[in-house]
Write a protein that binds this ligand. Structure first.
Ligand code: OGA
Ligand code: MN
Length: 304
């Protein structure tokens, strides 16, 4: 069956049919999917059934995988690279209201770009739904290339040369969740990323920000935070937003380099929601960030 593509929103997001993602992906299909991702930023597949090995294989077909942060709760799933996007604890029960992992994961309900708090941030995320609550728990996406295009020239000139300082502790801190040890904080130091980047697959310019973006490098703290808030408000206007309503078997791929996303609330004390995600590393866009590149070179030198 040939790959068929149907656009889901006036600006971005598309549904893709005719691909079984559980099976190895041939060259032609890989190219078609790559093109679709570069054009639509978010692609939605229905009726998929992937175990963790198949999800891992799918992710690796598109890049090197970055394992998610190590969390206190321990690892429930077979592979460190498969992120456990669920409300379930190690005992396979719904997490308690005050569970540290739950409080941390609530941060996914703020607009963000996966792993923007890391020197090598996220490129493609692939999220697969296993169990979905009867209501709520949608995932929303915002188109950052369209948002950049819609800025006026004066704002483009202002933002173009800026870099933002990203840290996971800013996104969690915004929700008043600051219960992290000194060792946990030291493991994830601040990183800087340019606020405007060229999306490698399309050569279009895009904003790059999100809940981990704390302030603007070289600017007074409140001034930078205000600008980030203004830009976030702009980028997440409803005209730039696509909402995905999950069904079991859905698999959504999004490009973190040119979109934001957020989970929406649901009755997580009573309803199970289980999804699994892999995320590839953005090893391309970092080339326009000399600071991150230098850090990587230094790391490689240490690693020998
Ligand atoms: C993610 C994420 C939101 C959701 O998996 O990266 O932010 O709706 N998920 O679960
Ligand atoms: Mn996310």
């Amino acid at each position: 069956m040939p790959v068929s593509i149907k656009q889901l929103h006036p600006l971005f997001a598309a549904e893709v049919d005719g691909v079984d993602l559980a099976r190895p992906i041939d060259e032609a299909t890989h190219r078609a999917l790559d093109d679709a991702i570069n054009r639509y930023s978010v692609i939605v597949f229905h009726g998929q059934k992937l175990d963790d090995d198949q999800l891992l294989a799918l992710g690796r077909r598109f890049g090197s995988l970055a394992p998610p942060r190590k969390l206190r709760s321990g690892q429930r799933l077979k592979y460190a690279e498969v992120a456990d996007i669920s409300n379930v604890n190690m005992q396979n029960e719904l997490r308690r209201r005050d569970d540290h992992r739950r409080l941390d994961a609530l941060g996914n309900q703020l607009w963000h770009s996966d792993a923007s708090f890391r020197p090598v941030s996220g490129a493609l995320s692939m999220l697969h739904a296993l169990i979905i609550p009867p209501t709520g728990g949608d995932t929303e996406f915002a188109d950052l290339r369209a948002a950049y295009d819609a800025l006026d020239d004066e704002m483009k000139t202002t933002v173009d040369p800026l870099s933002a300082v990203h840290t996971i502790f800013h996104s969690r801190g915004q929700l008043g969740h600051a219960d992290y040890t000194e060792a946990e904080r030291q493991a994830l130091p601040d990183v800087r990323h340019p606020m405007v980047r060229v999306h490698p697959g399309s050569k279009r310019r895009t904003l790059y920000l999100g809940s981990h973006a704390s302030h603007i490098a070289g600017w007074p703290m409140p001034e930078g935070r205000l600008l980030i808030r203004d830009l976030m408000e702009h980028a997440t206007e409803r005209r730039f937003v696509f909402t995905h309503k999950w069904a079991v078997g859905d698999l959504v791929v999004w490009d973190n380099r040119c979109t934001l996303h957020r989970g929406r609330r649901y009755d997580d004390a009573n309803q199970r929601r289980e999804l699994r995600r892999v995320t590839t590393q953005d090893l391309e866009t970092i080339n326009d960030n000399p600071e991150v590149l230098a850090a990587l070179v230094a790391l490689e030198a240490v690693a020998g």
